[in-house]
Design a protein around this ligand. Structure first.
Ligand code: FAD
Length: 384
């Protein structure tokens, strides 16, 4: 019944395009339809927080237009097309009035930014940056401005803080935690990054939150819960991401923190797969590039030839704070062990060791960051 229908991929982020590339390595002709809510430009999302450091405008971060991708990957590509439902019984994707038949459907539709509801009339000066179109809008708004306040001290907030300082902007970071990147970095490593960012001129306002954002002239005033007030021209909200699960759930797919898939990237519905930021793969929600690359290689094989399971190796994360280069491979949440520390100023080497000495995770900053590759080889892979 579904033999002539194409493979349909929703999303043209790194997951969607990596998968299409992997499929094309194996089969030049199998019909692929890609559907995306955005402009379909190909770009590397991690580059968004390096624009000033690398001296690149938003358009220079784009690697290829949608037309170039159609040509390169032999695709039928529908841009500015939002998927509104999946009819898993009929094997059809719903985009408003239109229905697109699929033989296999892949959901690569990413994660939503978490938006805080904050009092005040300055909301149109608050930017969340989770794709190239967001970044373009932010860079346009930033023209001629000087001061940026960043809500959130996670990986993305810290990377933007470093990058904007490299672009000579005044930067204040506000976050409820008492340290940076809690949950990702052990405290000594987080303190090293914080101290390097302070030396670079970033202002930190931790253990508090933004209560109000009000317009003031061309900029805004932020009222913090601790009684402080800050002036800024623009605000970046970097308070977290949440895998997009609503539409999958409404279509009857099983979801948890992400769209639930097994190691073959199969959802609970026949012929429907998921990967990337929207997916929870065998219990792991990892909003990073390495996991999605591993998934796209395995899934391409499944779609074109034989069912293949993904095997995650170790998944180190590089934090793009050039003032204090940092890499981390967090230990599994159920790991039993202790952190062992070597430290010289902002140079930190923290190893999470089991009782038998096995290294289960690490964080390295400053001059120790070069040890990332060697340490990654010592940490057991996520999947055996
Ligand atoms: P996305 O890139 O979000 O793509 C989702 C696609 O789905 C888009 O094309 C969107 O238009 C489309 N879509 C969504 N909903 C619909 C719908 N209903 N209908 C149709 N289309 C839809 N990771 C690292 O490993 N290292 C880093 O250094 C790093 N740096 C980062 C820096 C920043 C600033 C950010 C924001 C993230 C960073 N990440 C990093 C994370 C990494 O970039 C992401 O994990 C990855 O890009 C996710 O790709 P994706 O294709 O799954 O999702």
């Amino acid at each position: 019944m579904t033999t002539e229908a194409p493979i349909v991929i929703v999303g043209t982020g790194l997951s969607g395009y990596s998968l299409a590339r992997e499929i094309r390595k194996q089969d030049k002709d199998i019909p692929i339809v890609m559907v995306t809510a955005d402009d379909g430009f190909s770009y590397s999302k991690p580059m968004l927080s390096t624009g000033f450091t690398k001296g690149k405008e938003a358009d220079e971060l784009a690697q290829a237009t949608s037309e170039a991708m159609i040509e390169q990957l032999n695709l039928d590509l529908r841009t500015y097309t939002t998927v509104t439902g999946i009819d898993t019984e009929a094997h059809e994707l719903v985009t408003g009035e239109e229905r697109i038949r699929y033989s296999k459907l892949v959901l690569a539709w990413g994660a939503d930014v978490i938006r805080l509801s904050i009092e005040g009339d300055g909301q149109d000066r608050v930017f969340s940056i989770n794709d190239l179109m967001d970044y373009r809008a932010f860079r346009e708004a930033l023209a001629g401005k000087k001061r940026v306040a960043i809500m959130g001290a996670g990986l993305i907030g810290c990377e933007f803080a470093n990058d904007l300082r490299n672009g000579d902007y005044e930067v204040d970071v506000i976050a409820p935690s008492d340290t940076l990147m809690p949950g990702l970095l052990p405290r000594p490593a987080a303190e090293a990054v914080k101290s390097a960012l302070i030396d670079l001129g970033v202002g930190f306002h931790l253990e508090t939150v933004v209560d109000r954002i009000d317009r003031e002239g061309d900029g805004v005033t932020l009222a913090l819960a601790n009684g402080e007030t800050l002036q800024a021209d623009l605000v970046i909200s970097a308070v977290g991401l949440r895998p997009r699960t609503d539409l999958a759930k409404a279509s009857g797919l099983e979801v948890n923190r992400g769209i639930m898939v097994n190691r073959a990237l199969e959802t609970s519905a026949p012929d429907v797969y998921a990967l990337g930021d929207c997916a929870e793969v065998d219990g792991h929600v990892m909003l990073y590039v390495l996991p999605l690359m591993a998934c796209s290689r395995a899934l391409a094989k499944t779609l074109v030839s034989e069912r293949t399971e993904v095997a995650y190796g170790t998944m180190p994360v590089m934090i793009k704070t050039p003032c204090c280069p940092t890499s981390v491979c967090p230990p599994p949440s159920d790991a039993e062990g202790e952190w062992e520390l070597e430290q010289d100023g902002n140079n930190v080497k923290a190893l999470y060791k089991a009782a038998d000495g096995t290294i289960l995770g690490f964080a390295v900053t400053g001059s120790y960051a070069v040890e990332k590759q060697a340490l990654s080889k010592e940490v057991p892979p996520i999947h055996d």
